[in-house]
Design a protein around this ligand. Structure first.
Ligand code: FE
Length: 351
């Protein structure tokens, strides 16, 4: 009898221990599910961004889970996932593309005093669905030995016959060119925009191919005399580990067009909160962190873009290019005029 009691007690103890173990396991599961996260869809894959994300994690305890893909793939992915999408934040470049994400109803309006007061109005969406994080200028790069900067003035003047056979520029399927065209439509009207596209095509030194950086290299190789390029590519080339890139970037002069009228065309990289964000509060905190002085400084230092925060100094390389007047066109216009821009390019035969 005693033996049986002992056995029962032993079994009860074992069961109790087992329950205790399960409880522990359950509470670990609960803790894990309580773990704070923010899921970030981004096509930026720079070390600098990783650095910024880690700083955010340290500061807030919110884990940053990054899903990398090309910009159009990410938008496609969010579209397919619909309400099931784990995406909290979308980071991408170009106001034209950010507007595309908004039009596809992939983003939501958020209310953030920090974002509204830190980011100039023309660099964010009117419905607070996306916010500019960094600025880039679309500038003219020219062969220093063949072009005098005195001969340059505006984007509009690039259709002057004196540039016949001398302009190299990438394809019109590229969003940067679509947004530049959208700004020409906004500033000069449809009629002139058509004339401009035709004029550029007439002045091209070759059929459009390659990236912005490829145009710069082709100019150095003598295939043409000038191109239109995003400023940070020159910054990156000047600081590249590849001596050929450094050499090429040093052989071109940089010209910021339209300084005597509206200013040089600028665009942004930006972020928005996903429509079905499971962690909306974390997403807002995350984007607010990207606008902090700390993050803005890392963005400019590593990718040679201009901070959107006025009190953060741009990195030395681009500071050396001097101050310039920026076109302060509301960037939402770039999205609004995108379809028209694509149509005009097609009609003009800008491949
Ligand atoms: Fe780019």
């Amino acid at each position: 009898m005693k033996k049986l009691l002992l056995t029962i007690t032993a079994i009860s103890l074992l069961v109790a221990c087992k329950n205790e173990g399960e409880k522990k396991e359950n509470s670990t599961v609960q803790e894990a599910s309580k773990e704070q996260v923010v899921n970030v869809y981004t096509h930026r894959h720079y070390e600098s961004d990783q650095d910024i994300f880690e700083r955010f994690e340290k500061k807030t305890g919110i884990k940053v889970k990054v899903i990398n893909a090309s910009a159009d793939e990410l938008i496609q992915k969010m579209k397919m996932e619909g309400a099931q999408s784990p995406a909290d934040v979308l980071i991408t470049v170009d106001a034209g593309r950010l507007t595309r994400a908004k039009d596809l109803e992939l983003l939501q309006s958020i209310d953030s005093e920090i974002l509204k007061t830190s980011i100039p109005e023309h660099l964010r969406d009117v419905d607070d669905q996306w916010f500019g994080l960094t600025k880039r200028a679309r500038i003219i790069a020219y062969a220093k030995d063949r072009v005098s900067p005195e001969d340059l003035s505006t984007y509009e003047d690039l259709i002057n016959k004196k540039w016949k056979g001398k302009i190299l520029v990438r394809s019109s399927s590229n969003i940067y060119n679509q947004s530049l065209m959208a700004s020409i439509i906004a500033n000069d009207g449809d009629e002139f925009a058509k004339e401009w596209a035709e004029g550029i095509v007439a002045n091209m030194g070759r059929s459009p191919k390659g990236s912005d950086r490829d145009q710069v290299k082709a100019i150095v190789a003598g295939e043409g005399d000038l191109t239109i390029v995003n400023s940070y590519y020159i910054g990156r080339m000047l600081n590249s580990p590849d001596p050929e890139e450094v050499k090429a970037a040093n052989q071109v002069g940089l010209y910021f067009p339209n300084q005597n009228d509206r200013g040089t065309h600028i665009n942004v990289s930006g972020a928005g909160v996903a429509k079905h964000a499971p962690n909306k509060e974390n997403a807002i905190l995350f984007i607010e962190f990207l606008i902090s002085e700390e993050a803005q400084q890392i963005f400019t230092n590593s990718n040679y873009e201009y901070p959107v925060l006025a009190n953060v100094p741009p990195v030395e390389t681009i500071k050396n290019w001097g101050n310039f007047k920026e076109d302060d066109l509301a960037l939402v216009k770039l999205g609004e005029n995108n379809k028209k821009a694509v149509l005009i390019f097609d009609e003009a035969g800008w491949k």
